[in-house]
Every structure is written in structure tokens, then in C-alpha cells.
Design a protein around this ligand. Structure first.
Ligand SMILES: [Fe+2]
Ligand SMILES: [Fe+2]
Length: 465
């Protein structure tokens, strides 16, 4: 097999022998990891998958049956812009960097490793889900998400190998060593150590946690470190589908629940009650908010100053790309109460990015509530306040209700089972999860999708079992 077939790429890998050797050494370890930790029980099945074969408008979305271990993972970067300039921060307007700025080497490596770690982590979290899929359509979507996360790991490993020397190669090896939820060698971020063992978790994860990824990648997609920017841009094109899976998946669960509500008791009819859906929203939204980091952050200021990590849609949304004079009003906990504090804007950029994310999530809630309205039920779902159930930043270590009011830990404990999934809720949801493998059939707890994939009907053999 020639190099391009082994490692498809648009980074001229054949001209960089050192990088080529490093990646070829990493490749079999990656495949071992995929076989050990990828979807359990489906490795030899033909799955109708989208594969990126190049980054052109046609080539990046090629659809055909593929066995997952034969998926063409590869390394694809968005084509370079001639004369690209640093878009923000203290070096605004200077040429973009082709090498890592020395003083940011460690911090940037950390960002890339942390982003990279989430990709295999989610594959591990979702490893058993195929065995309880609600339909072949959903099974295929799960595998599509899984193989693309595998490719995103490749993208991050390319950066580590290509730009961080020995340290980068060690980090790339470690990315295959950690395991989601393993107490001895856990994945880096907490949301990626949470179990994702039923499909309601999966849809909430792809809706809320993957959406954090969208905002992190967007902030890096305009990075002054050009290889990182180009890598993130291409990953974002694939991430859109992952969020679609979560958003429409939860919408379909809401539709089915609403239909069952009109027929009688949702539990007795084998559906997922709205209050359980709400608790899953509360759980995954709050864990996903933590991924943005502390509200007040000198790291965010340093990264912005260096032109490495910007704001969401920095070029489109802002005219002042220096952000030196403005302040941001933050709500903090002080002397047992909530107080406001003025913070320099550059130190508040995690919170600014989180705010963009919250707005985006609210649109999802509006779509699901529209489904409930269409089905004629009056109940509505909502997002908890961003202070609720936080483990990182200003609000960690304090307890809040769903409206964001500061409450005592005892009060929180008293209401916890109303706000977050209980063991019983999780067991109940799991009790509904039985595989549906017949073409065109769907589980009772979820409505079919409005359309199939890429013009195919829902009644298509998306996975050949
Ligand atoms: Fe990803
Ligand atoms: Fe993703």
C-alpha cells in the first residue's frame, strides 16, 4: 500500500520523512486502540459512512459502505489562505505563525492535548451503545460520530508530532493510553469520564458536550498559529453532524414522549417522561459549561494577547480585535452572597465564549419546545441557570437552584433528586434500551427522523448486520 492509502492527507506527508516515520509508528497503535476501545461488536460490519477523502466541496463527504477499521482516517487541513494575518491580540495584523511561539509552547501543547483527549474519550464512552440502538439509522449515526472522532484524534496527533518534537510524540502516545472513566488513568476532562451508556445520554452528550467542542474549535479556528487554525476549521465541518445527531435525537424523544402523554401514562406506555429528559438536560448542560474553564482567567487573557485563541466568530462579530479597554461585568460569590465585579475583558473571555454557547443551546430548547407545542402538550423544557451544578470556576464549591439562586448545600441535597438523574431514572431509561435492528423499524421511546441521510429514506439498510 502506498503512503497516501495508508495515511490519506493533504499536508504533503511524503515530503516530510521524519513526520511520516513518526505517524507510521503511531498508526498500528491507533488501530489497536480502535479495535480494543471502538464500537464493540460491529467492527466487521458494513456501515454506510461519510468519509473525507480530501477537503474540496465534493471530496470531504464521500458516502459508501465501509468496515470501520478500514475507514480512511487521515490528516486533512483547510487550504491555507495566502497572506493570512493574526486576527486579534497584541500581534494583530502581523503574519500568522507557522511555528509555535516559544513562550506558549507548553500552554499550546496543553490545549491541543486536552482537545485531542476528548476525541478518543467519547468513542470509549459510547463503545457499548450499538447493542441498544433504537434503529439502523441511529446506529449508523453513532458510528459516523465515532469514526470522525477518531479522525479528529489524528488531526491533533499530527499537530503534536509535527510541531512539538519529542514532547509531542510522548503526548500522542499517552492519548492512546488513558481510558474514559478509568480511575487510574482517566481522560483529562470530567465530562469525558461520565458514563454514556444509554441513548438519552448519547443524545444529550452530542447536543451539549459536542457543542462545547464547536465553540472551542471555533475560537481556535482563527488562531494565529496557522496549522492549528486550518486543522480546527476542517474539524468543524464534521462536528456539525455530531450536534445534529444530538439535537434531532432529543427532538425525536420529545416528540414521542408528547405523543405518549396524550395516550396515557408515559412510563406505562414505555416512553421517557419529560421530567427525566429535563434532568438529563440539567446534568449534561452543567457539565458541559465547566469545559469552558474559569469565569475569570489569566490564561484566556494570555492566549488572546498572543493571538492563539480568539472569541467566537472574532472576525465577523467584532471590530475591536485588541479588547484592551473594555470591561465585563461578572457575577461572583462574595461573603455568602452574589456580587457583581468588573473584570478586564481579556480575563473574561472564557465567560464570553460560554455566553455564546448558552445562546446556541437555547435555540435547541426552542426547537424541542416547538415539537411539544406541535404535539399539543403544554409542558415545556428549559435550560438550568449556568450557575447550577458547576464543578469548575467561580461557582464551584457553592450550591445553586435551577434558577441560579444561591442555596445551602442541605437545600441542594434535598432537591437533588428532582434536578439531576437519580440511579432509578438511569435504570429506568436503561430498561427501555433494546436494540432494533430491522430495516425501517424504530424503538417505541423515540419518533423516527424527519428524513434519512444524504437523500436515503429512513427505511434504508444503513448498517448491514
Ligand atoms: Fe471531534
Ligand atoms: Fe464530535
Amino acid at each position: 500500500m502506498n503512503l497516501y492509502d495508508r495515511i490519506p492527507n493533504n499536508v504533503n506527508l511524503s515530503e516530510d520523512k521524519k513526520l511520516q516515520r513518526a505517524l507510521e509508528k503511531w498508526l498500528p497503535n491507533y488501530l489497536d486502540w480502535w479495535r480494543e476501545m471502538g464500537p464493540d461488536g460491529f467492527q466487521e460490519k458494513d456501515v454506510w459512512l461519510r468519509t473525507a477523502i480530501d477537503v474540496g466541496s465534493e471530496g470531504w463527504a464521500h458516502f459508501d459502505y465501509v468496515k470501520m477499521p478500514e475507514y480512511r482516517w487521515g490528516i486533512f487541513l483547510e487550504p491555507a489562505q495566502p497572506d493570512a494575518k493574526v486576527g486579534f491580540g497584541d500581534n494583530h495584523g502581523r503574519p500568522v505563525y507557522q511555528e509555535v511561539p516559544g513562550e506558549f509552547r507548553n500552554a499550546l501543547r496543553r490545549i491541543i492535548v486536552t482537545q485531542g483527549d476528548t476525541e478518543p474519550a467519547s468513542v470509549e464512552q459510547q463503545r457499548q451503545l450499538g447493542k441498544t440502538c433504537p434503529s439502523l439509522y441511529d446506529l449508523r449515526n453513532l458510528f459516523q460520530v465515532n469514526v470522525e472522532e477518531g479522525r479528529h484524534l489524528w488531526a491533533m496527533v499530527y499537530l503534536l508530532h509535527g510541531y512539538f518534537g519529542r514532547d509531542g510524540r510522548d503526548e500522542a502516545d499517552d492519548l492512546l493510553q488513558r481510558r474514559s472513566g478509568n480511575p487510574d488513568k482517566p481522560r483529562i476532562l470530567e465530562a469525558f469520564n461520565q458514563p454514556c451508556d444509554d441513548w438519552l445520554n448519547f443524545f444529550a452528550f452530542t447536543m451539549f458536550t459536542e457543542r462545547d467542542g464547536k465553540y472551542q474549535l471555533s475560537a481556535l479556528a482563527e488562531s494565529g498559529f496557522e496549522p492549528l487554525a486550518r486543522t480546527c476549521k476542517f474539524m468543524l465541518t464534521e462536528e456539525a453532524h455530531h450536534m445534529f445527531v444530538g439535537d434531532t435525537g432529543l427532538g425525536r424523544v420529545c416528540r414521542r414522549t408528547a405523543q405518549l402523554m396524550k395516550e396515557g401514562d408515559v412510563r406505562e406506555l414505555g416512553g421517557i417522561p419529560l421530567e427525566i429528559i429535563q434532568k438529563y438536560i440539567n446534568f449534561w448542560f452543567s457539565y458541559s459549561l465547566d469545559l469552558f474553564g474559569g469565569e475569570i482567567s489569566s490564561n484566556s487573557a494570555d492566549f488572546f494577547a498572543a493571538g492563539l485563541k480568539g472569541r467566537y466568530k472574532e472576525q465577523d462579530q467584532y471590530t475591536d480585535h485588541l479588547a484592551t479597554n473594555e470591561t465585563f461585568t461578572m457575577t461572583v460569590v462574595e461573603d455568602g452572597g452574589l456580587k457583581t465585579r468588573e473584570v478586564g475583558l481579556r480575563n473574561a473571555l472564557n465567560e464570553v465564549l460560554r455566553g455564546e454557547y448558552v445562546k446556541d443551546c437555547e435555540k435547541g430548547l426552542a426547537r424541542w419546545n416547538k415539537v411539544l407545542a406541535e404535539e399539543g402538550v403544554s409542558e415545556r423544557l428549559f435550560l438550568p441557570h449556568p450557575r447550577f451544578h458547576r464543578h469548575v470556576g467561580e461557582y464551584a464549591g457553592h450550591t445553586f437552584d435551577l434558577q441560579g439562586n444561591l442555596i445551602s448545600p442541605a437545600e441542594f441535597e434535598q432537591h437533588k433528586s428532582e434536578w439531576l438523574p437519580t440511579l432509578e431514572d438511569r435504570e429506568y431509561v436503561r430498561s427501555l434500551m433494546h436494540p432494533v435492528y430491522e430495516v425501517g423499524k424504530i424503538a417505541n421511546w423515540i419518533a423516527p427522523p424527519a428524513a434519512g441521510i444524504k437523500g436515503k429514506p429512513f427505511e434504508f439498510e444503513y448498517v448491514r448486520l
